[in-house]
Ligand binder design. Sequence first.
Ligand code: ADP
Ligand code: MG
Length: 838
Amino acid sequence: MVKQTIQIFARVKPTVRKQQQGIYSIDEDEKLTPSLEIILPRDLADGFVNNKRESYKFKFQRIFDQDAKQEAIFENIAKPVAESVLAGYNGTIFAYGQTSSGKTFTITGGAERYSDRGIIPRTLSYIFEQLQKDSSKIYTTHISYLEIYNECGYDLLDPRHEASTLEDLSKVTVLEDPDQNIHLKNLSLHQATTEEEALNLLFLGDTNRMIAETPMNQASTRSHCIFTIHLSSKEPGSATVRRAKLHLVDLAGSERVAKTGVGGQLLTEAKYINLSLHYLEQVIVALSEKHRSHIPYRNSMMTSVLRDSLGGNCMTTMIATLSLEKRNIDESISTCRFAQRVALIRNEAVLNEEIDPRLMILCLQKEIQELKDELALVTGEQRTEALTEAELLQLEKLITSFLEDQDPESKLEVGADMRKIHHCFHYLKKLLTDKKIHGPSRAPSSEVKDQVNQGPSTEEEYKKLREILQQRDNEINILVNMLKKEKKKAQDALHSSSMDRGEPRRSQSSPFPPGNPEGLRTLPLSAPTQAQDSSVIQYRSSLLHRKTGVREEMSLGRQEAFEIFKRDHADSVTIEDNKQILKQRFSEAKALGESINEARSKIGRLKEEITQRHVQQVALGISENTTVPSAPDPMEEKLRSQLEEEKTRYKTMFTRLKALKVEIEHLQLLMDKAKVKLQKEFDAWWAEEATSLQVNSPPVNLFNHVKPFPQTPESQHKRSQLLSNQSDVYTRKILPSPGPLLHSQEQSSTGTRLEDSIAKRPVSSVPLTGDSQTDSDILAFIKARQSILQRTGKCPFPQKVASETPRQAKGVAGPGAPTLLGKAPVPSPQEGGWPRCP
Ligand code: ADP
Ligand code: MG
């Protein structure tokens, strides 16, 4: 930034008459600052009377006397400004003075001699000379030529019109943008690549100005002319452009209206001219005063156009042209006073650098192309802006297989291509978002989603399955122990019961009153409770209990009834089947889990081997001072194929394990559901039964009212198979039979078989459900039953024998009737119907 006041120079026009020389004198003070002293003549020859002072002194930067040549004017005034313009600063040189004081001569030059060339042609010449000398920058020169007359702007270089009057030329208007920058609309800019072109433009403008001038408008006197050289420069390859303007201003005559001595139209014009200069003066005064915030630039077109030149971003120079004749003394003093004020104005010129967006775009495009070329050279392939469809597809396949890969060490490798990396992230984000929206439980809309769900839960599921397996192992062990103990106890009980047969018997029909089916509650429960102690079993037990809500409250007798009800229930076959399948699946899952573990460790080993092999090969290459052989190592290849095989195996097994888990879960749910249903039906049956027992007496009649248990042909068949295998039988009926009364013999047979199937079977042959609660119920029943048998030798269960006579029902066993602990032949299923029991 260059801070400096407006430079003021004075130029005195040569006078014809020698006697005028005594009017002024040019001196220099001790600081070598020149001053112009205007001495007032004593005579009143021109009517100017001064009684107060004899002389006025005005200081100037430099004063050019009458003999000053155009060359000197240029060298001392214009050249420094031109240089700063070439450096990128704005510059203005304006000539101010009364009409015929030599403004035009100074700015443009005389028309007669080449040596009379003024500042404009010399500056153009100088600038183009400098431009040619400097090849480090690219310069562009444009020329505009504006005339302001009566507050109207005219484009003196209007290419469309040949001016015969000023009004023929394009009118130029002043526009101001939000940043208060001035724009001249319709002012044409003409590029001048050489001095000649620029001079041609100057002459074109001067000609237009001359033609347009009429005696009426006296444009040359009453208008302001601004010849502007627009210079832009930039270094090759740079987007930074320096722009500078040089205004060369030929102002209108500064003489006052009063002195024009004209009337009518001319007077109006003179007012305008003076008004325009008046506003210029106002601006100058405002600028020269400190703390003035408002500068009235907008008052006139001229001050608007020269805004930057006055108190702005410009290095400005004023040339006060003086025609120091006796008659012009007042105007000369006025001009000098004006110059003194102007000299107070401080301008701040800055370098006008800006980044040309077009150039910037071009530079960036060039750089991009260069980088692309470089990249293509390195990668060996041309890179486009976006990935192709095929590339996108390939990437998505890669992502999918990456997600499917159960190997936690698998990698997603897309190469050092940011476009691909970004696409992967976008794709994964999309998958994640979709998953969040649809939820993990829903069926995913695509395979990939499913794979996303699989990935993270793999380890978890596997762990869970292993835990379940462990639980089942524990459960089975406990139950086996229990069964062993129970078997032993049952054998002991059988043995002791046969010993205790002489003990007084209680009523055979029922040891408890019908209204007290829960009577067995008082009996000591000697059933093993180890199973219940197991937390694992308790877990499922409580789970089921939460669903049924009653199991733990059951009395022993009721439990016994429930077990029979359950076993003979139509659903029992399904439950049993499911139990078997479940057991199979568990053991399969267990084996699969072990195999998966093996496969996993094998994969780890293979990987390690491959790495080792690779390292060995490289080390071998280094030791032999050869590069790594380009041919693949067969050993490594073999290991890799093994690895792939193992991975495939791993995946297959894992998929199977996953499917197993689903199946197991499903079976467990099915069984739970069936158990709940069974419990519910049993409760209903039990309640009905209990009510019937209370209402009806003797008990023999009750049996006819008992509803049959639901049964299926399968259950009947299964039972027949089971019972046909039994060697020892009981001779007692314990369950209600169906409505139609059966033949006595049939009843006897079925009763025996049933009894046998329930209580007399060796404990080891009792089918276990695999469910702790159910199995413990079974065991509890057996235990309780055997305990009762030991003590009473009677059935602790409400007996229902459809064909029993009242006597029989009261405990007296008739011939052929079932007797407790007695033996009866085992009928085949064909021999008679099954009792309709649950
Ligand atoms: P202005 O433009 O201020 O009205 P001009 O530049 O037209 O005045 O000058 C009026 C006349 O004086 C012109 O004929 C011009 O040639 C002549 N003149 C002005 N200054 C000089 C000078 N320094 N040397 C010689 N002739 C001059
Ligand atoms: Mg002139």
